[in-house]
Design a protein. Structure first.
Length: 478
């Protein structure tokens, strides 16, 4: 008597960043035969050259700022000369040691993620991968006698999570020494004397903030009328004011025409003919998806004009068995979104329960000092009539905890549905805003009203108390 055994579903994941990692883990947990292909290491660029190292650098910059600002709280640091006279020391940053630490942390995070995949039963293949039609992946492993060998992996479901790379402008080509992308900053041995940052979006603002705190002279070149043009206007104004107060030069409405290396540094030429000279230049002018030449169009996967993969709310592409997650897709370029896409793709492909991704519920954060955290509808959308809501803004300077720790900048802003008081969004500008936004994220996700938020106890004194206070101020009278 012959027995037929049901074959395991075969899942191939192309790219081991946050989206690919979560897809592989989820597929293994659901019993699939999973192969993950990664060329730079598990975690991808997000872990190895982007999110993990950059946020570690920013944490060091924050610690530097806290030391410098400690005197405002009555804490003073002194060393004594040979004569016994107290002298206030300078705060010194050993950037080589900082970079060694952050790259070590990135490698450790990558290894930890790799161990989790192996423990889950995921087969990991190192090499350059591309689609071979809609049901297979070919991997160039470089193990053959001629230096190249190929593995062909057949799959029922394919998840593409190949990420993105820094955009390169022909007029400002990075050389890895003076003109840099954000992936090349960690090779610096010392804090730049004068760092020119081209681009005032999230990446440019974060690094400009960090290097100012680390002691560099920073000039931020912004083609728009303010920094962070896509963010909440009140929040961007706070950040730009802090930048200027900390000594940063912000050149608004100034487009960099070219950046060239000089004998001892760099010179940026603006479109109006002005020039800015510095020791180094960071090009933070966006990114491009790593989708070229990997067989997507040949497999029937639709791309946008920018090269991003078109996906729906369950991360499915135009090809039913192919999904995409992360910065290579046309959704929000956030690690948290990539992770959610990876899980959602697998749940959908393998018939598990699926909650389609709702972009309005996504929480995002900008790691400047102070940070900017947002969730839900924006004030601009409310003012343009796209969403119906009331707005309440509470400055942090009235918060007792903020006074105790010396906070001068920041606010809590709530958006609530007109009439019902349902929380539909919010903005927090504060140190650790990335942690403070979570109560508002829960409120938006579960459609809580301002009264329900206000009824939750907060610690006194605490910065979260401002969230409760703002909610109370928006009380709906029945």
């Amino acid at each position: 008597m012959a027995f037929e055994f049901e074959r395991k579903q075969r899942v191939a994941v192309l790219g081991g960043g946050p989206g690919g990692y979560e897809a592989a883990i989820a597929a293994a947990q659901l019993g699939a035969d999973v192969t993950l292909v990664e060329r730079v290491g598990v975690g991808g660029a997000a872990v190895i050259t982007d999110v993990v190292p950059s946020k570690t650098l920013i944490a060091t910059a924050e610690a530097t700022s806290n030391i410098r600002d400690a005197s405002d709280l009555g804490v003073q640091f002194y060393v004594r000369t040979e004569a016994g006279k107290p002298v206030r020391p300078d705060v010194a940053v050993n950037l080589a040691a900082v970079n060694k630490r952050l790259l070590g942390l990135a490698r450790q995070q990558s290894e930890d993620m790799k161990s989790e995949l192996i423990r889950a039963g995921v087969h990991i293949v190192s090499g350059e991968g591309r689609l071979d039609g809609p049901a297979a992946v070919i991997v160039s492993t470089g193990k053959g006698k001629g230096g190249t060998d190929f593995d062909r992996i057949e799959a029922d479901t394919i998840v593409v999570s190949v990420g993105a790379s820094p955009r390169i402008l022909p007029s400002a080509v990075p050389d890895g020494e003076r003109i840099l992308t954000w992936t090349q900053l960690y090779d610096l041995d010392s804090v730049p004397e004068h760092l020119i940052v081209v681009g005032s979006g999230v990446t440019g603002a974060e690094f400009a903030s960090a290097y100012t705190a680390l002691g560099a002279k920073v000039t931020l070149i912004s083609s728009r009328d303010r920094v962070l043009p896509g963010e909440d206007e009140d929040a961007a104004i706070v950040i730009e004011n802090v930048f200027r107060r900390n000594g940063m030069t912000v050149l608004s409405k100034s487009r960099a025409q070219s950046v060239e290396r000089t004998e001892n540094g760099v010179v940026a030429t603006l479109s109006d003919g002005r020039t800015v000279e510095g020791s180094h230049c960071l090009m933070a002018v966006g990114s491009i998806p790593n989708t070229a030449g990997i067989g997507l169009e040949e497999a029937g996967v639709q791309l946008t004009e920018s090269g991003h993969i078109r996906v729906n709310r369950v991360a499915r592409t135009s090809r039913p068995n192919i999904y995409a997650a992360g910065d290579c897709s046309d959704l929000l370029p956030l690690a948290s979104v990539a992770s959610m896409q990876g899980r959602t793709a697998i749940f959908h492909a393998m018939g598990d329960a699926v909650n389609p991704i709702e972009l309005r519920n996504v929480t995002s954060n900008i790691f400047t000092n102070p940070e900017i955290a947002t969730v839900g509808w924006s004030q601009r959308q409310i003012e343009e009539g796209i969403a119906q809501g009331d707005i309440y803004k509470l400055p942090l300077k009235v918060n007792p905890r903020a006074k105790m720790i010396g906070l001068r900048d920041g606010f809590v802003k709530l958006f609530a549905r007109t009439g019902s008081g349902t929380v539909i969004g919010g903005v927090i500008v504060a140190p650790r805003a990335s942690e403070l936004i979570f109560p508002l994220a829960l409120a938006v996700e579960h459609r809580l009203t301002v009264d329900q938020v206000a009824r939750a106890f907060t610690v006194y004194p605490s910065l979260t108390g401002s969230i409760s206070e703002a909610a109370r101020a928006m009380h709906i009278v029945l």
